[in-house]
Design a protein around this ligand. Structure first.
Ligand code: AMP
Length: 144
């Protein structure tokens, strides 16, 4: 059986994401598979904007800049070339799906939190990408 050629890791900036990236790197082996990261910056909720003094600060631009710095940190910590790190704005699910198509990825790796009760009702990114992804999906269990 062939190994994965292109692995895409969807990252948030929780501490636990290190475990998810390390698991993906283990699967990638020593340069046998290409590994890329994606983080999606979701637009700031308008209701929130209306109620704060941040309206004039262009919050979306601020979020994007902060995310870019955090992505750079992840790339450095895990020795991933910054040209393999993608920062997109929009809906997490659809941006991840577009990146899978663009890169022709054959494995998507996400973190999965063991949620119970109300947390479970809210759903998770892992759940949402599992249905509809055009490639294999690995959900790495991480602790809250
Ligand atoms: P969640 O269930 O939404 O807490 O997130 C679980 C996993 O989804 C994280 O460990 C990441 O792998 C991925 N993820 C969450 N948010 C994002 C995001 N904004 N961009 C890319 N991946 C994300």
């Amino acid at each position: 059986m062939q190994t994965y050629q292109q692995i895409l890791v969807a990252v948030d900036f929780n501490q636990s994401i290190a475990k998810v990236i390390e698991r993906a790197q283990l699967i990638a082996g020593n340069g046998n598979s290409k590994l890329s990261l994606i983080h999606v910056v979701e637009p700031a909720p308008v209701d929130f904007l209306d109620q704060t003094m941040l309206v004039d600060m262009n919050l979306d631009r601020l979020l994007f800049k902060t995310a870019s710095q955090q992505m750079q940190k992840l790339a450095t910590n895990h020795q991933i070339d910054s040209s393999d790190c993608y920062l997109e704005a929009g809906s997490v699910k659809s941006e991840i799906f577009s990146k899978i198509e663009m890169l022709d990825a054959d494995l998507l790796v996400v973190g999965s939190h063991g949620r119970h009760g109300f947390g479970l009702l809210l759903g998770s990114t892992a759940n949402s990408v599992l249905h509809g992804a055009s490639c294999d999906v690995l959900a790495v269990r991480v602790n809250e």
